[in-house]
Design a protein around this ligand. Structure first.
Ligand code: 2NL
Length: 356
């Protein structure tokens, strides 16, 4: 018995793998194993012999089974340790770099413009992009028969069958916001109205949706001189250099007198440089608010007067950032967007190194 114990306990402790362990189990305590055969011999023994050998054999069988289990666990632990040596994750590694998105240049410029005018006391007003023809035209001194309506390339909304009221329009300028703001807040007021406007026009220099910012200052004695100062202050801040302006007499239905405003620039070397040289670039329209327009906004023209102006945001964004073609920007040209670090184009991909 001691011989058997010595043989198996030692062999089990040294078994190299599960297969060797299984072989040992069969040889010792399997059906035809040595311990099992010994147990079968108990029947042939005398009662006295059996009383001693029976418990001893049972104890040996238990001891061997316990040793088998212990070795099995030890082998599994060792195998796991071995795997963990190669299959590990460094959870302290920094994550794969992912480029961040950025604010669209039109939004950036809108924010810059807003901040500059805010410094001069102008608040931001916003309004609907679908307007009534009254707010978009009549209130601005553009009656139904006026050629300016035809020239505006207006997008008209559909009316229901049999509904003969004038259709709503996609606003062709942000001026309706200023009318609404005059009605709601009265005078004095100083606001700018940035936002999307729409005209059915699409070529090298026009897109059907673009961005405009209009300004309005109304008080008892606002003049064209205030307008000129505000605009020069604005352009100087926006372009980061002194910018002269030139006012040319013009005509708009909603201002009287009216002026188109040019900024000083040079065209040398095929690029436009603002704030130097002796060429001029037209960038906005402006004037003193027409008395009829003040009245449409429920403001008494005998008590109040003011200036107004309107300019294209896309246009001044292109000027500041050197974008030559409007469509590059409207159609989200990839080169152009990448120029501004538009990370949305460089989405993380499983195909490392492949880029569009
Ligand atoms: C242009 C011309 C302009 C205005 C817009 C305006 C608004 C009200 C009353 C009077 Cl509520 N005027 N806006 C005035 C003059 C010109 O825009 O060529 N914009 C790109």
């Amino acid at each position: 018995m001691d011989e058997l114990r010595g043989k198996y306990i030692e062999a089990i402790a040294e078994a190299a793998d599960e297969a060797a362990l299984e072989e040992l189990r069969l040889a010792a305590v399997g059906k035809k194993g040595e311990v099992s055969l010994k147990m079968r011999e108990l029947g042939k023994m005398s009662p006295e012999e059996r009383q001693v050998a029976g418990p001893a054999l049972n104890a040996l069988k238990d001891e061997i089974n316990t040793a088998l289990t212990a070795r099995k666990v030890a082998l599994a632990d060792a195998a796991l340790d071995e795997r963990l040596k190669t299959e590990w994750l460094d959870v302290t590694l920094p994550s794969r770099p992912r480029r961040q998105g950025t604010i669209h240049p039109v939004s950036q410029v809108t924010e810059e413009v807003t901040a500059i005018f805010a410094d001069m006391g102008f608040a931001v007003a916003e309004g609907p992009q679908i307007e009534t023809d009254w707010y978009n035209f009549d209130a601005l001194n553009i009656p139904g028969h006026h050629p300016a309506r035809a020239e505006m390339d207006t997008f008209y909304m559909a009316r229901g069958e049999g509904d003969n009221r004038p259709p709503h329009v996609l606003r062709t300028h942000t001026s309706p916001v200023q009318i609404r703001s005059m009605e709601a807040g009265g005078a004095p007021t100083r606001i700018i109205c940035p936002g999307r406007v729409y005209r059915a026009d699409y070529d090298q220099t026009h897109t059907p949706m673009f961005h405009q910012v209009e300004g309005l200052a109304i008080d008892r004695d606002i003049s064209m001189a205030n307008l000129k100062w505000v605009l020069e202050e604005f352009f100087t801040a926006y372009f980061g250099t002194n910018v002269k302006t030139r006012f040319r007499a013009s005509h708009f239905p909603f201002t009287e007198p009216s002026a188109e405003v040019d900024i000083q620039c040079s065209f040398e070397g095929g690029t436009v440089k603002v704030g130097e040289g002796d060429d001029w670039l037209e960038v906005l329209g402006s004037g003193m608010v027409h008395p009829d327009v003040l009245r449409a906004g429920k403001i008494d023209p005998d008590e109040w007067q003011g200036f107004a102006f309107g300019m294209g945001i896309d246009r001044i964004a292109m000027l500041k950032y050197g974008i030559p073609d409007l469509r590059a920007f409207f159609e989200s040209d990839l080169r152009w967007l990448r120029h501004y670090g538009f990370a949305a184009l460089d989405v993380p991909t499983l195909h490392a190194g492949v880029s569009r």
